[in-house]
Design a protein around this ligand. Sequence first.
Ligand SMILES: NC(=O)c1ccc[n+]([C@@H]2O[C@H](COP(=O)([O-])OP(=O)(O)OC[C@H]3O[C@@H](n4cnc5c(N)ncnc54)[C@H](OP(=O)(O)O)[C@@H]3O)[C@@H](O)[C@H]2O)c1
Length: 190
Amino acid sequence: MTKIAIWCRHKNDNIIGIGAAIPWHVKSDFQRFRRITEGQTLVAGQKTYESFPNRTLPNRKIFVLTLDENYEVSDSQNHSVVNDINFFKDFEDDLYIVGGATVYKLFMTGSNKLIPDIVVDCIYQKDINPNLKGEPVDITDCIDVLNKKYIQVSLDYEQDDITTRILIRKGEFVEQSVLKKIVKAIEEGM
Ligand SMILES: NC(=O)c1ccc[n+]([C@@H]2O[C@H](COP(=O)([O-])OP(=O)(O)OC[C@H]3O[C@@H](n4cnc5c(N)ncnc54)[C@H](OP(=O)(O)O)[C@@H]3O)[C@@H](O)[C@H]2O)c1
């Protein structure tokens, strides 16, 4: 399997959320996320899962990470609960890691067997509205790993104040077909 992390973070401070929400609303960013993840298998933390409209994303299989063994998903045909991240160590399908901060950190800073092969790093370049209420959530720990262990393999794609780039782990084999699919999904929206 190939593990792909995809996020959109704020420039410099690496904030990905304020409280439960993403602190910007850029339509082309949601569209890019949909094109990249449609038809794929995703893993999301319980908080991020709860933030999806109706707790679902059409045409995607979702694994919800929670420590709650009795957690109930909205669609038991397409969504499942996972209580232990080690479940993914022997996973065979490609896996898209879609946040939030806790889940990115579990994969990026945890065991070698779970560290993403590919990162789709979207960077929001404008200032965040300073009036938003809630605790900022950042992924600086993950960006430290990204800067040390990954190498950029794509152009910088600029659209609607967001820079998107693809990175892979230095010195590791990456499935070219997955990489090509992601590049195509990004370029289709440009
Ligand atoms: N900008 C972006 O690209 C992006 C993407 C996604 C999310 N976000 C933002 O990220 C923020 C949410 O991040 P978050 O860190 O608070 O929440 P999260 O990662 O979505 O979910 C955290 C939950 O994961 C479960 N969990 C934690 N450790 C676990 C473990 N070892 N094993 C199994 N389950 C475990 C816990 O669920 P239980 O409490 O149920 O046990 C925990 O509450 C929001 O602001 C959201 O908008 C931004």
